[in-house]
Design a protein around this ligand. Structure first.
Ligand code: ZN
Length: 404
């Protein structure tokens, strides 16, 4: 029994992945921090976001490099996967290695040797996940780190101060993200606190961040559409450079997550980028793009790669399985990544069994390339007026990733 499927017939009409990744940008120059929409189909849209480190073609998937590295990849590897902008985490980097050392390198770009876009998350989500290690009040959160248990305080100001030293192109503000199963009063309390912190961040940003650093606000409200709209109204008026939907993919049913994006994203301002934090599976990304979301990030392609779970155009593949032992074919014959153009399934499985670090590098390159290609194909579909045909072509592939 194989875990991959014959989806090739419907994919024939898609352009070659490399051609898609190499497609020229329809807008080459714009003021740093600005966003232009260049194509639209229904609620879905494509645009260009201008950062201090070059234009970002949207929709865009952002690989996660929490500590200033996408595990196992060099910046050159990362660029070759089609990555345009990567994530760092202000909380993690504030403790390891500390913002001063990063600042001494000219910021996170210099520290990592990455000359393209960087978005930093506040790390509030991680701090709120430290069960029993934090005490939250209206002006911030006291916590003990998961590194050494030392005591610290995170506030809207402290987050921006760290992000200023990191020099990220996009700085996320501190927000309060409640668990997916939080009841309405808790959801509302988190919303109100997030608004208070957002107002404070909006007042401080010009004083703390560099003029080239964008600053994004975050909308909470769970899957409650009334709360989401109310909160969107509060955050949208604060003048942030972009808006994010937080608190999705935190344990709520997939259908509710998709419905929330479909209802809320189209109501977000059209002249600013829209970001959904922490998603997701290939169907989640497609649902987000269809809803008009421009940016997403997720640990899934990188974490799954290390756990032997590979994403392919023919469905998921567990490289551990015995069926791959003698298989000379690449992971995915549609894929132009370094892994698929140089190695076989048998070799990759062998590396995995030998626990060779090369396995992690090749598998991560492949999964990130798959994600970048999937989004690039959607982007190209939007820009060439063939979005519906692209959606029809990839539907059998998406079905293989549906929850089961
Ligand atoms: Zn590949």
């Amino acid at each position: 029994m194989t875990d991959t499927h014959d989806t090739s017939s419907t994919l024939e009409s898609l352009p070659h992945p490399q051609e898609v990744l190499d497609a020229p940008s329809p807008a080459q120059e714009g003021p740093v921090g600005s966003f232009v929409e260049v194509a639209r189909s229904g609620d879905a849209r494509s645009g260009v976001l201008f950062t201090a480190h070059g234009p970002v073609q949207t929709p865009v998937f952002m690989p996660v490099g929490t500590y200033g590295a996408v595990k196992g990849l060099t910046p050159r590897d990362l660029k070759a996967t089609g990555a345009q902008i990567v994530l760092g985490n202000a909380y993690h980097l504030a403790h390891r290695p500390g913002p001063e050392l990063i600042e001494a390198h000219g910021g996170l770009h210099g520290f990592m040797g990455w000359d393209h876009g960087i978005l930093t998350d506040s790390g509030g989500y991680q701090v709120f996940s430290l069960r029993g290690l934090q005490k939250i009040d209206d002006t911030g959160v006291d916590y003990r780190t998961h590194f050494d248990g030392s005591k610290h305080r995170m506030t809207p100001r402290s987050v921006l101060e760290v992000e200023a030293k990191l020099g990220s192109d996009i700085a996320m503000i501190l927000d309060h993200c409640p668990p997916g199963d939080a009841d309405r009063p808790l959801m509302r309390a988190a919303m109100e606190r997030t608004t208070r912190w957002a107002r404070e961040a909006a007042e401080l940003r010009e004083q703390i961040l560099a003029p080239t650093q964008m600053c994004f606000g975050i909308v909470q409200g769970g899957t409650d559409l009334e709360l989401r709209e109310e909160h969107l109204g509060q955050i949208a008026e604060l003048g942030f450079s972009g808006l994010a939907l937080g608190g999705l993919s935190v344990g709520e049913p997939t259908a509710a997550m998709h419905a929330t994006m479909a209802a809320v994203a189209p109501k977000m301002p059209t002249d600013k980028p829209r970001y959904v934090m922490g998603i997701g599976t290939p169907p989640d990304l497609v649902a987000a793009v269809r809803s008009g979301v421009d940016m997403f990030d997720c640990v899934m392609p990188t974490r799954h790669a290390r756990n032997a779970q590979l994403f392919t155009w023919a469905g998921r593949m567990n490289i551990r399985r015995a069926e791959h032992r003698d298989d000379l074919r690449p992971i995915d014959d549609r894929c132009a990544c370094e892994c698929c153009t140089t190695t076989s399934r048998a070799y990759l499985r062998h590396l995995h069994r030998q626990n060779d670090p090369l396995y992690g590098r090749l598998a991560t390159i492949h999964n990130l390339f798959f994600y970048a290609q999937l989004i690039a194909v959607l982007r190209q579909g939007l820009r060439s007026g063939t979005f519906d045909a692209v959606l029809a072509s990839i539907q059998p592939m998406l079905d293989t990733y549906a929850p089961r």
